[in-house]
Design a protein around this ligand. Sequence first.
Ligand SMILES: N[C@@H](CCC(=O)N[C@@H](CS)C(=O)NCC(=O)O)C(=O)O
Length: 189
Amino acid sequence: MVRIVVAEKGLADRVEEIVVQTRTTDAPCYAINPSGRVPYLVTDEGVGLQESQLIIRHLDHLDGNPVFDHPGRAAGWESRRLEALARSMLDGQSVWGRELHRAADERSPTIIDHERYRSRRMAEVWEAEIDNPLMTGDLNMAQITLIATLLQEHGNPGIDWRTGHPKLEAWAAKLIERPSIAANLPPDN
Ligand SMILES: N[C@@H](CCC(=O)N[C@@H](CS)C(=O)NCC(=O)O)C(=O)O
């Protein structure tokens, strides 16, 4: 999500990307970012920021012309509702992905099943929501969050949001043609 925004805002020359090793007991990055989570941004002022939404907000405001803030008044609630709906699916699938990173004998089939069914239910919800004008208009946080969520299928082939959801498939197929997204598709693994 942050890489998409870096591309959208033309910030590639201002943002240095440093690949770090996560999930080890003594990674060097813990000296800078004790949580060890990525993404993590150190600003020009030396302030560390975590959480992709906050990092995106910071980057979006650097030029004084933010385009990813939620709209004001009633439209803002709808926009926040959609972002939260996408984030809910993303967070659940992330929990599922974490299980898959464990050794096979440490995985919880209960958690994996719980997240698999949540993901399916949420895909059903999104099939009904995807015609919302906020999902088809200018790129926004709900769209960025949802496309990142759907693209998690690259790392976890068990995710199946496509079956029975032609509108969602068409929406994603169109959005991944956008250069900022096409250039930042996650690797298959
Ligand atoms: N809600 C956070 C999630 C950050 C997160 O958990 N990232 C994962 C990688 S996708 C991570 O850093 N895992 C390493 C760890 O848990 O130590 C965000 O959007 O930035």
